[in-house]
Design a protein around this ligand. Structure first.
Ligand code: HAM
Length: 421
């Protein structure tokens, strides 16, 4: 019997995995450069954690969570995002100290029961970071600057940063009233879900994906016009600082995000190489969540990027996107004595950090040279019976096609030197 991967999930196989590893390595190095430390939290949590933080009336909680009851009757959920778990863990492990900043990053799979399509999966990977404990708008800037730097480091073009302010607990209630009134007047054009959202959580209508609702949204009064003086000031500071820092951005007055925990400035980073699912990263400030989840009153800001989407853009833009050179040395070996002689050299080279592959099977020289090409080796070492007798090996530079005879005893030191050049 043959099995297939479950709808909305996918295997990440070679050679694409190399691109993943490259992205993950670049992101982790850059996060560490920015002072973030890694945290790993469980893949499932109590369902109530997500209901509480993401919000009961969001699409994620209403329709998209993988929730199950365990053998003891507890309701558990596969994490649909990383922030709630990270905040829970930071509180539980006493990582948060009033008056100081805790900077954490994470990576791993998230789960949402969404309708699968290009760039949208039911299991997808995020790399994200949270700065907990500062209300300085410079921390918002730092997070956005990290994203911009990351996308530029990996050479992603056509990236745009969209920002908006969703206000705070001071100003949102008055906007909510205005919004409710407007939605009531236009309720005949809203979907069934939005008719309910309009009453319970009208801001969620801005995030609805149904076409008729989206049309209503284009006419909606903008949150910007209802911000309190403090949120207005914060939004202005962020816009001015982004400008001064030469970080291009677009104000999108309808940007609200699909999670309820946000306060003040939220952002999304989109790529013009993707279709409908064009957000490669997103985040914002969430000043109330830590307290809400039982921690001290601590403002925070964070983001997460979608690895599949970034990989997709890189593949499109970079003609496959895979790093050019892969292996350092390929050993083409003819006969048992050659394998006997070379195996120890290969272990030595691998120990010193070189990427080495060898043909340990009985194959013709011709097919071994083809394998060396596939491996994208910089050098191929050829050892046959004749070479063994002479105590020599042939070293071929795969780029210039030059060949040299080298003493077997000198081989490892020479290859290590060539690698350094
Ligand atoms: P989010 O916008 O829900 O935010 O997800 C962040 C990113 O994850 C998206 O921009 C997208 O690239 C990727 N993503 C989301 N859903 C899918 C999916 N079904 N398939 C593939 N990729 C997807 C959050 O998750 C927040 N926790 C971000 C955050 C951190 N805010 C503050 N701190």
């Amino acid at each position: 019997m043959k099995f297939k991967s479950v709808r909305g999930t996918k295997d990440i196989c070679p050679p694409e995995i190399e691109l993943w590893q490259y992205l993950e390595k670049t992101a982790v190095e850059l996060l560490q450069d920015y002072g973030f430390s890694e945290i790993r939290t469980p893949i499932f949590e109590e369902s109530a954690l997500f209901n509480r933080s993401i919000g009961e009336d969001t699409d994620i909680v209403e329709k998209e969570m993988y929730t199950f009851t365990d053998k003891k009757g507890r309701s558990l959920t596969l994490r649909p995002e990383g922030t709630a778990g990270v905040v829970r863990a930071a509180i539980e492990n006493n990582l948060l100290v009033q008056g100081s900043l805790t900077k954490l990053y994470y990576q791993g799979p998230m789960f949402r029961y969404e309708r699968p399509q290009a760039g949208r999966y039911r299991q997808f990977y995020q790399i994200g970071a949270e700065s907990i404990g500062s209300d300085s708008y410079w921390r918002d800037i730092e997070i956005i600057a990290w994203c911009v730097e990351f996308f530029s480091r990996i050479g992603l073009d056509g990236i745009k940063v969209y920002i908006n302010s969703v206000g705070c607990t001071e100003c949102r209630p008055s906007y909510r009233t205005v919004l409710q009134k407007f939605l009531q007047e236009n309720s005949s054009q809203l979907c069934v879900d939005c008719q309910r959202r309009m009453v319970r959580n009208p801001l969620r209508v801005l995030d609805c994906k149904v076409e008729t609702c989206r049309q209503v949204v284009t006419r909606i009064p903008a949150m910007q016009d209802y911000l309190c003086p403090s949120c207005l000031d914060n939004f202005q500071n962020i816009r001015q600082t982004l400008q001064k820092e030469n970080i291009a951005f677009i104000v999108d007055k309808f940007l609200v995000r699909g999670l309820d925990y946000y306060t003040r400035v939220v952002f999304e980073i989109k790529s013009d190489s993707l279709g409908a699912q064009d957000a490669v990263a997103a985040g914002g400030r969430y000043d109330k969540l830590v307290k809400e989840l039982g921690g001290p009153e601590m403002p925070a800001v964070g983001f997460a990027l979608g690895v599949e989407r970034v990989v997709e853009v890189l593949k499109k833009q970079k003609d496959g996107g895979l790093p050019e050179a892969w292996g350092d040395v390929y050993f083409a070996l003819l006969g048992q004595p050659a394998r006997q002689e070379a195996f120890n050299l290969i272990r030595d080279l691998r120990q010193s950090g070189l990427k080495v592959e060898a043909c340990l099977e009985n194959k013709s020289l011709r097919s071994q040279m083809r394998l060396a090409d596939q491996y994208k080796a910089k050098f191929t070492v050829i050892i046959g019976e004749e070479e063994i007798e002479k105590g020599m090996a042939i070293v071929r530079d795969m780029l210039t096609k030059e060949q040299k005879e080298i003493k077997l005893n000198d081989l490892t030191s020479l290859l290590k030197e060539l690698k350094l050049k």
